[in-house]
Design a binder for this molecule. Structure first.
Ligand SMILES: Cc1cc2nc3c(=O)[nH]c(=O)nc-3n(C[C@H](O)[C@H](O)[C@H](O)COP(=O)(O)OP(=O)(O)OC[C@H]3O[C@@H](n4cnc5c(N)ncnc54)[C@H](O)[C@@H]3O)c2cc1C
Length: 426
């Protein structure tokens, strides 16, 4: 290949989405992937804001064919409280559904689309070298990668989409802010898991040890637990042991999992929140988890990864790659936007962790009971719609909605009551 292409490191949702969008505009793209993907991957529950991106890529039908339709999410609380959210309430703003996807196959569909549009994939581990002081290229591909891809010149632009490997940040020694939680997640797939909820509904359950997820897939249930660091030992020494004991002993799970049979290995994840202090520089940008990620309770990760790809594609397509200053300005704004997304999701997720959303939900119901009528009804519907649109990715960043939520929570709830609904360690 003679014309230097854009090089993307990592063919997860972020990397392949960007590859497809650039290739569609006839911009040469080479994607490196190390093929270290395990058989199962987290990131199975999507939010409705992903759907417009799947439509832009032209793959919604293919995704629907391998996935389970997701109508909403329920939160089951240890204090006998149940909160059921349905995406119908985002009608007019976003599609009123999402999908629960088998992640490796989902990633393959985006890759396949990028290939159809002309992106080239090189299956090998990529690494970078720093080029301090170079005003156009702060990072370059190492020689082995250039050779593996048959490139005879350095790329004009490098995109780090390598997820938690954070190749660019590690190469340049860029620090990151991490969250305070030190939870551990274990998960696996099961057959014969009973699901007494609407078909496809994702269920998050609050426990004394942390929380668990149930994500119904087309032919199985993805079940996972997120355990606070100081409670992990109590449930066993391995992920396998912990999942089995929790399913057998937790009252909110035992009745639905009597016949459940684990059909995969158990996978373990740790590290729940991270944001790089810098996400771009001359000739490069980091997107998706490589730039930052938030706690997965509300499932925004794949959306954030794909949204970052869409916004970098816009910068490149609109501004071109050859004006370093205009590219830099575009990337600066893109990074600001992604920081804002991450901050807004974190704010919302914190409300679910520290018990304020549960307390708020109860206060709303109490208001309806004490003062039934049109005004209470209207307020309740309004609050539910705002919350659903924020948790769907539609208005998560809206300043007005964020203020509205903060003030409504302050006005309607008592802080001391929230503590009893909090995830331990919040
Ligand atoms: C416990 C847990 C549960 C989660 N649940 C959800 C959920 O339900 N819904 C959701 O939306 N998100 C969820 N997430 C988050 C989601 O999994 C990630 O945000 C998402 O996968 C990020 O996509 P990405 O493309 O940035 O990175 P990745 O998906 O990590 O893709 C990175 C790719 O780069 C490749 N790579 C790495 N290093 C190199 C290298 N040196 N050279 C070449 N290739 C390389 C990897 O093999 C991989 O293919 C969860 C996260 C956790 C921890």
């Amino acid at each position: 290949m003679s014309f230097p292409p854009v090089v993307i490191l990592g063919a997860g949702p972020a990397g392949s989405t960007l590859a497809a969008l650039l290739a569609e505009q006839n911009i040469p793209v080479v994607v490196f992937d190390d093929e270290k993907r395990p058989d199962l991957l987290v990131g199975e529950s999507l939010v409705p804001a992903v759907i417009p991106i799947l439509r832009t890529l032209g793959i919604e039908d293919r995704v629907a064919a391998i996935s389970r339709y997701k109508p909403g999410t329920s939160f089951i609380h240890r204090e006998e409280l149940e909160m059921h959210f349905n995406f119908r309430s985002v009608e007019g703003l976003l599609p009123t559904y999402a999908y629960n996807v088998p992640r490796p196959q989902f990633d393959d569909l985006i890759r396949e689309r990028a290939r159809e549009l002309g992106a080239r994939f090189v299956m090998c581990r990529a690494s970078l070298k720093a080029k301090p002081g170079d005003e156009n290229h702060e990072l370059v591909l190492d020689d082995a990668c250039l050779a593996a891809a048959g490139l005879n010149a350095q790329p004009v632009f490098i995109v780090d989409a390598a997820g938690r490997a954070r190749i660019s940040a590690r190469t340049l020694g860029i620090a990151a802010k991490t969250g305070s939680r030190r939870d551990q997640a274990h998960f696996a797939h099961y057959e014969n898991f009973d699901h007494p909820f609407p078909e496809g509904q994702v269920v998050i359950t609050y426990h004394e040890f942390g929380w668990s997820w149930r994500i119904p897939l087309a032919d199985r249930m993805s079940f996972g637990v997120v355990i606070c660091a100081d409670q992990a030992e109590r449930w066993g020494t391995s992920g396998k042991e912990r999942l089995a004991r929790i399913l057998a002993e937790e009252p909110r799970l035992a009745s639905t999992s009597k016949l459940a049979r684990r059909v995969t290995e158990v996978f373990t994840y740790s590290n729940y929140q991270l944001i790089s202090e810098r996400g771009h520089g001359p000739g490069w940008v980091a997107i998706g988890d490589a730039f930052g990620f938030v706690d997965p309770m509300l499932s925004p990760g794949v959306f954030l990864a794909m949204e970052a790809a869409v916004s970098v594609a816009e910068v490149v397509i609109r501004g071109g790659l050859h004006g370093a200053a205009s590219l830099g300005r575009g990337l600066e704004k893109q990074e600001r936007d992604m920081r804002e997304w991450i901050t807004a999701w974190k704010e919302l997720i914190d409300y679910f962790y520290d018990g304020r959303i549960a307390n708020f939900y109860i206060a709303g119901n109490e208001m309806m009971r004490k003062h039934p009528g049109i005004i209470s009804n209207f307020m309740q519907r309004n609050i539910e719609r705002r919350l659903a649109s924020m948790a769907s990715g539609g208005t998560t960043r809206s300043t007005w909605n964020r203020h509205f939520l903060t003030h409504s929570i302050k006005w309607l709830t008592t802080p001391s009551h929230s503590a009893k609904y909090a995830v331990p360690g919040s």
